[in-house]
Design a protein around this ligand. Structure first.
Ligand SMILES: [Zn+2]
Length: 219
């Protein structure tokens, strides 16, 4: 255990490798992703936003990884994010200069909407009838086939793909703040954090869980 009470538990990482058959050994990284709601949000100034979040204590010092600026956990990290269960096993240090399998923040933005999901077989729920319908992989394939309106197989109502409800296991946006190397559903943003992000950016925020190899750029 370190001074924050976080255990660096190799057994826990090994258990994750066994549980997920798609696991690509050391490269499999799960993330919590914070993003503006929808795909038509205003452009974000990540430079200013990162400074503001450093001042708020969510982000710590920055460093370079794989040519990108990344951020360590800030001193008030645990006030902005809440953990389910006890003693989460977080790795806080990289094992090498390009190792990104440890808990830190990364910002990403794309001119196109990006659709990410935790697993291809995750099923979205219709915002009208609430029934589970199409899988994330099917939605992505439909989108690439230019079917940009999703139609519910149960009630046949339509909606935009970004309005499908995924129970925090998929999402679509153009800007993301990723918290790398955390278990899905183990950590979530507090309402205070989502409200703070809304205040700083002028748009609503939501979140989901994904893995680093499960995302697609949507044109
Ligand atoms: Zn429906």
């Amino acid at each position: 255990m370190d001074r924050l009470g976080i255990s660096h538990c190799a057994h826990d990482i090994a258990a994750r490798l066994v549980q997920d058959p798609r696991m690509n050994l050391q490269q499999q990284i799960y993330c919590l992703v914070l993003h503006p709601r929808g795909i038509n949000h205003p452009p974000l100034d990540f430079s200013q936003l990162s400074q503001q979040l450093q001042t708020q204590g969510m982000l710590g010092e920055s460093f370079l990884c794989q040519g990108e600026r990344r951020y360590r956990l800030g001193e008030r990290f645990y006030q902005w994010l809440t953990f389910m269960g006890c003693a989460p096993a977080l790795r806080l240090e990289a094992t090498g200069p390009d190792d990104e399998k440890f808990c830190h923040f990364r910002f990403s933005e794309s001119p196109q909407a990006q659709f990410s999901y935790l697993r291809p077989e995750v099923r979205g729920r219709c915002p009208h009838c609430r029934k589970a319908g199409t899988t994330a992989a099917e939605v992505a394939a439909d989108y690439f086939a230019q079917q940009r309106v999703w139609s519910c197989p149960h009630c046949h109502e339509s909606c935009a793909p970004q309005d499908i409800q995924w129970k925090h296991e998929a999402g679509m946006s153009r800007a993301f703040i990723e918290l790398l190397d955390v278990h899905p559903h183990e950590v979530a943003p507090t309402d205070s954090l989502l409200n703070e992000l809304a205040t700083l950016t002028g748009c609503d925020w939501q979140y989901f869980y994904t893995s680093r190899d499960c995302h697609q750029i949507i044109t």
